[in-house]
Design a protein around this ligand. Structure first.
Ligand SMILES: O=C(O)[C@H](O)COP(=O)(O)O
Length: 209
């Protein structure tokens, strides 16, 4: 019984191009190149999951939703509003910061003493809160889809948290991870994802473009 998670970062996005925070109000989805990346990735994944099927989930932000919709369309998999989960989002920034340039966000919302448990900006999540939120969502999906393949379309942080949720790394790690647009990171286990103690997952590829 193999359970397989394919974590995908969204394709090239307008928020990156424009240098804005890109929350629910200001995210305007993918660039033209990003849409093509998503379709190309969909074709690759369609070949990989042929015969096994998969379930597709995304965050609620348009850049992830568009990427997931493109992948699902190419693969012939269902994808609806019910497949979109805020638990898979990147940072939950304060609503007043949504749409600001990144520089302005850092300038107007500084929080001294930011760390693992205290946020780096006023009103933002802490890293530990983000890790817990995303990990909880991934754990629920693993439980619901034991023995199946799950495609999770999110953000750089969603992919990073796969190391906490499945690899059980502590929240603080002493190295950084580079996560490219439209990349795939895969974890598999042949153990029961719902067992206690937790199963051992294997990282079979990271940031594959
Ligand atoms: O830089 C950002 O806006 C956040 O880290 C979100 O990451 P994303 O570009 O993968 O959505």
């Amino acid at each position: 019984m193999r359970t397989r998670f394919l974590f995908v970062r969204h394709g090239d996005s307008l928020h990156k191009q424009e240098g804005v925070t890109g929350g629910p109000r200001s995210c305007r989805g993918l660039t033209v190149a990003g849409r093509e990346q998503a379709r190309r990735l969909g074709r690759r994944l369609a070949a990989e999951i042929a015969g096994t099927g998969a379930s597709v989930y995304s965050s609620v932000l348009p850049r992830a939703v568009e990427t997931a919709a493109a992948i699902s369309a190419v693969c012939g998999l269902p994808f609806s509003r019910d497949s979109q989960d805020c638990g898979l989002c990147t940072w939950h920034i304060p609503p007043e910061a949504d749409g600001l340039s990144n520089e302005e966000f850092l300038r107007r919302f500084p929080a001294e003493g930011g760390g693992v448990h205290r946020p780096f900006q006023v009103g933002n999540e802490s890293w530990a809160e983000l890790v817990t939120r995303v990990s909880r969502t991934v754990a629920d999906l693993a439980h619901r889809h034991r023995g199946e393949t799950v495609i999770v379309v999110g953000h750089a942080e969603t992919v990073e948290v796969s190391f906490n949720a499945l690899g059980l790394l502590p929240a603080y790690r002493s190295f950084d991870l580079e996560v490219s647009p439209a990349s795939v990171t895969e974890w598999v286990t042949d153990e029961d994802p719902g067992q206690w103690p937790p199963p051992r997952w294997t990282l079979t590829r990271f940031n594959e473009t």
